[in-house]
Ligand binder design. Structure first.
Ligand code: B12
Ligand code: SF4
Length: 461
């Protein structure tokens, strides 16, 4: 008689098929795929499953019932907390016997929230590969799991586990059918995200990236050869566009140039790229090499057109850096997707400081001019949200300014600035974004839903 395999289900919250065209279904969960890729080499007798984000709640529950896993492990971010908690409670109500585990950005920053509001057994904090592999081993061997490094449970916080030294391995791409994923801005079908670096060397006040800020080193790079091997594999799977999705690709220019060399050596016909860059670290040589390897779009968090604000939020880039980088990319025929924030806040020696309406207007004008001069191709705005896990969250708590507005969502109540004024500026930014999207032919069949939602939102403002 064959023995039943030990089964582990990894899951995203079920956003449903109607979430197609939204950020949540642009890519499979790379964190989950990385854990499976790492763990299954060490646990050959374990069967892994991945319940993807486009499933409906019913489909998700149905699959769990059919698989009857020994371990159910779900990943989630803070903005998706509600759906995740609901899902965990519904899975528990199926009455199956299994260990329930959570991980990812939100459980890392607020494990007590998850332990209090759901029946989960274990929260994995931070990088998950080693901790999850050991956890599964222990569960399989019926050993106690209350003292495992990198986890929190109702009895004990076991502290954070040191980061992996070698990150030269691939996500479990074989579990994925790329036909199920689509992004708003791409030139080719199919597209995949790839992570050349883990972490980011900066610590902007508003950024909530708790998984990678709990311990040092904040940045680890993969070897250029290993990155190229993954690109070759993805090409073989029919991928013709890759978004190098790490927070910042240009942390180390020398290494970046080596990555470009390895990509060029692959000589993959028809392959194009996008990447994320910071504005303070681009030189002419790198911009040229990015163009040589067919990077056609670069995403940059410009955030604000005001040096006072950029300094306050710890961006480590000036307006002059922003402009220089935009010009350099234009010179090398690389388009830019610029991300901007409105009404940011920070603290100087304990005193609350924030972006004034004049400064916000200046940022809006800057964006308009950049679009006119083809320095930026696409733009996106967000009102600053003091997300848990960011320094700004603590600042907002200290000054009691965290707020919610029905029209613009989570934001901050800044002294002397009316909500109407904030809404008006967000509206201006969104109109500019929408009109630009229409003009650039960005509103295609695949992104019409997002655009329509935006238009309705603007009309209701
Ligand atoms: C690529 C990416 C995406 C992709 C793919 C999602 C993914 N998770 O891979 C897409 C476009 C789909 C996406 C969507 C969103 N994202 Co996103 N995304 C990223 C990005 C840039 C890289 C993620 C990544 O792959 N990292 C590499 C892997 C190795 O790390 P990881 O995902 O954190 O996973 C590790 C650990 O967290 C842990 N782990 C993760 N899940 C689980 C589950 C279990 C059970 C266990 C045990 C462990 C574990 O182990 C993993 C391996 O080490 C990060 C920023 C960053 N640098 O991390 C933002 C980030 C995770 N995203 C974020 C946000 C807000 C979103 C959205 C809400 C945006 C939106 N407007 O809708 C959605 C929500 C998606 C969701 N499912 O909830 C925030 C989360 C902030 C927070 N405090 O919650 C981040 C940190 C960016 C930021 N600084 O604001 N995102
Ligand atoms: S906003 Fe970007 S540059 Fe700043 S800390 Fe977050 S990931 Fe790094």
């Amino acid at each position: 008689m064959t023995q039943r395999k030990f089964k582990v289900v990894f899951a995203d919250p079920p956003f449903g098929r109607e979430s197609k065209g939204e950020a949540v279904t642009e890519s499979p969960n790379l964190g989950i795929l990385y854990i499976i890729g790492y763990a299954r080499q060490r646990l050959p007798d374990v069967e892994f499953f991945y319940l993807e984000p486009f499933l409906s709640m019913d489909e998700h529950l149905q699959k769990v019932s059919e698989i009857k896993p020994d371990v159910y492990a779900i990943s989630f971010t803070t903005p998706r907390r509600e759906l995740a908690l609901q899902t965990i409670n519904k899975v528990k109500a199926l009455g199956l016997s299994m260990v329930m585990v959570v991980g990812g950005a939100h459980p890392t920053i607020d494990p007590q929230d998850v332990l209090k509001n759901t029946p989960v057994d274990v929260c994995v904090m931070g990088e998950g590969e080693e901790t999850t592999t050991e956890l599964i081993q222990k569960i399989q061997a019926n050993e106690p799991i209350t003292e495992l490094l990198g986890t929190v449970n109702r009895q004990k916080n076991n502290g954070i586990r040191p980061l992996l030294k070698n990150i030269d391995f691939f996500p479990a791409w074989d579990l994925i059918d790329f036909e199920n994923y689509d992004v708003a801005v791409s030139r080719k079908r199919r597209m995949a995200y790839l992570l050349p670096i883990r972490g980011c060397p900066n610590y902007c006040t508003y950024c909530s990236n708790p998984v990678w800020k709990l311990e040092k080193p904040w940045v680890r790079q993969r070897s250029p050869k290993n990155i190229a091997e993954e690109i070759r594999y993805l090409y073989g799977r029919g991928i013709r566009e890759i978004y190098l999705r790490s927070d910042t690709f240009n942390v180390d220019i020398k290494w970046c140039l080596q990555v470009c060399d390895e990509i060029e050596k692959l000589n993959l016909k028809g392959m194009v790229f996008q990447c994320n860059l910071r504005a303070d670290k681009l030189n002419d040589e790198l911009a040229k090499r990015l163009h040589d390897i067919h990077v056609w779009l670069v995403h940059i968090g410009l955030e604000s057109a005001n040096d006072r604000v950029l300094k306050g939020i710890g961006k480590n880039a000036t307006q002059a850096d922003n402009i220089r980088t935009l010009e350099l990319l234009k010179k090398h025929h690389i388009k830019v997707y610029g991300f901007l924030m409105l009404y940011n806040a920070w603290e100087t020696n304990g005193k609350l400081e924030y972006e004034t309406p004049e400064e916000v207007q200046n940022t809006l004008n800057f964006a308009k001019n950049c679009l006119r001069d083809n320095l930026i191709e696409y733009i996106s705005w967000s009102i600053t949200n003091p997300l848990i896990g960011s320094k700004l969250h603590d600042i907002a708590q200290r000054h009691g300014i965290a707020a919610y507005n029905v029209k613009i969502g989570n934001c901050m109540q800044l002294p002397g600035i009316s909500e109407e004024q904030m809404v008006e500026h967000v509206k201006q930014g969104m109109i500019l974004q929408l009109l630009n999207g229409i003009q650039k032919g960005m509103i295609t069949k695949k992104s019409y839903k997002r655009a329509a939602q935006k238009a309705v939102k603007i009309l209701n403002m």
